[in-house]
Design a protein around this ligand. Structure first.
Ligand SMILES: [Zn+2]
Length: 293
């Protein structure tokens, strides 16, 4: 059996899966990400699981920049001092294979295995939440890099005159459609402020016009980012996951139209498709399983 973890800024999702990728009860479950001692917490979680399940390997998806060798180089929202050879340290402590990978890349791995894409496909997964990230499959292979920073799709600049991003640049995709940016945008125009993208989705379903405007704006910006990506690698498809994807059809339609207007491939009638991913909340966790299965 395989233990899989999806380590995010607010929660750690935990799974134990069999060789076929099926969750074993009572998994999946999740716990809050600790405010300190992430490495120790992961170690104790794995030891706890091992008491009840014969573990063969551990896969970890993490919201961080990670080298091919499993060294965590940089993590903005996690209680971990970097760089740290997290994969190697856990492997030595546990005596079983441990692989660790960026969460956007794990999402792409999961799509490659579960979304019915053909083995030679080029596609892009975009994860839209607090941060904006993703992963790229190029001709059937996950694009990786020895530098540990590949497919930083949230930091593509879609408008240099745009708002300041957490990375220090102006006008990154994340600065426009990261969850906090969308919530702030909604709150400027609404007399009933809110706190999450989920709440924007709920108001959208209730017919709120400000929520509809935010969904269309987010789609327009996403389309700009996808057009830039598209002009470089010409993917067949974009798969969209994450909490912001809850903005639904108005968001998706605006994204498709924006991509169509702005990507070169329109001249060849080869504009990539844009789809939501099913069961997107478990995508990175399933990708962590793919890492070691
Ligand atoms: Zn940025």
């Amino acid at each position: 059996m395989i233990a899989a973890f999806d380590v995010g800024g607010t929660r750690i999702k935990i799974g134990v899966l069999n060789r076929s990728g099926e969750f074993i009860s009572p998994f999946p479950r999740s716990i809050p990400t600790p405010s300190e001692g992430l490495k120790e917490k992961l170690n104790s979680l794995i030891l706890e699981i091992r008491k009840n399940f014969p573990l063969e390997a551990v896969g970890i998806s993490i919201a961080a920049n990670v080298t091919r060798e499993g060294c965590v180089l940089h993590a903005t929202n996690l209680p971990i001092s970097t760089p740290v050879d997290l994969g190697q340290i856990l492997m030595e402590d546990l005596g079983i294979p441990v692989r660790i990978e960026n969460d956007g890349n794990c999402a792409a791995l999961a799509v490659s295995r579960f979304a019915g894409v053909s083995p030679e496909d080029t596609f892009v997964v975009l994860t839209l939440g607090t941060g904006v990230g993703g992963g790229i499959f190029y001709k059937g292979r996950l694009m990786d890099s020895s530098t540990g920073a590949v497919a930083e799709l949230g930091h593509i600049v879609v408008d240099p005159a745009g708002p300041l991003c957490g990375c220090g640049k102006h006008g990154c995709l994340e600065a426009f459609i990261g969850e906090s940016a969308l919530v702030a945008r909604y709150n400027i125009s609404s007399i009933q402020p809110l706190e999450t993208a989920l709440q924007i989705s709920e108001r959208l379903e209730a017919g709120d016009t400000e929520a509809l405007a935010v969904a269309r704006f987010a789609g327009e910006q996403l389309g700009r980012g996808m057009a830039i990506i598209s002009d470089i690698i010409a993917p067949r498809s974009f798969y969209v996951a994450g909490g912001v994807a809850g903005l639904g059809l108005p968001f998706l339609t605006a994204a498709r139209e924006s991509l169509h207007r702005q990507c070169f491939l329109r001249l060849l009638n080869r504009v990539p498709s844009v789809e939501f991913v099913r069961e997107a909340h478990l995508l990175a966790l399933k990708g962590a399983w793919v890492l070691v299965s």
